[in-house]
Write a protein that binds this ligand. Structure first.
Ligand code: ZN
Length: 112
């Protein structure tokens, strides 16, 4: 039993621990960015370590799905949600409360 051997092992363990910890954060951020399961990839990283992180980095970005946790609404989606509306004349997106189109001057019918 060599005392210095234990020291190397201890340092190695700390380094491995830090590496896994860093990989967890990297995996979580990549998973979030790629619209993938963050919890799933964190668990996978715990088991596979840096291999899972590299695997995730190589995977293509998943297509956006309406209603999924990683979904960010786009401008046209806001029109659907009622925040804005599409001008029937010039097809530009204007505010839902707008009575007149700011692009072409089209007069919207008063809702209320
Ligand atoms: Zn217009």
């Amino acid at each position: 039993m060599d005392a210095s051997g234990y020291g190397v092992l201890g340092v190695g363990f700390i380094f491995w621990f830090i590496l896994v910890f860093v990989c967890l954060f990297v995996s979580a951020s990549i998973a979030k960015k790629k619209h993938r399961s963050v919890a799933g990839w964190v668990i996978l990283t715990l088991f596979l370590g840096i291999i899972a992180t590299i695997l995730l980095a190589l995977l293509p970005t998943r297509e956006k799905v309406v209603g999924s946790p990683g979904y960010f609404p786009t401008f046209s989606d806001e029109a659907v949600a009622g925040v804005s509306k599409k001008c029937p004349q010039c097809a530009e997106i204007v505010k839902a409360e707008a009575k007149i189109c700011r692009f072409c001057g089209y007069k919207f019918e008063a809702k209320q």
